[in-house]
Design a protein around this ligand. Sequence first.
Ligand SMILES: [Zn+2]
Length: 83
Amino acid sequence: MIKQRTCVACRTKNTKDNLLRIVADENGNAVLDETQKMNTRAIYICNNKNCINRLLKAKDITKCVKIKVKQGSIQELLRNLGE
Ligand SMILES: [Zn+2]
């Protein structure tokens, strides 16, 4: 069975290849884990602008993003991805 992950924005389950994996780097900045292999807590989001913007606009973004990242760094990453 293929492992499925839940998008933090729309709560839809999807396979990893259709999702972006976001982790916190050693400095506490939110980064895109392009290899999908970094051995750390991660969140997943659909690879589309709808979900990226949806999460960006969420008031409770810190509740959705259950990884330890610096204030603002997740928004910065999402803004870059949404462009
Ligand atoms: Zn989604």
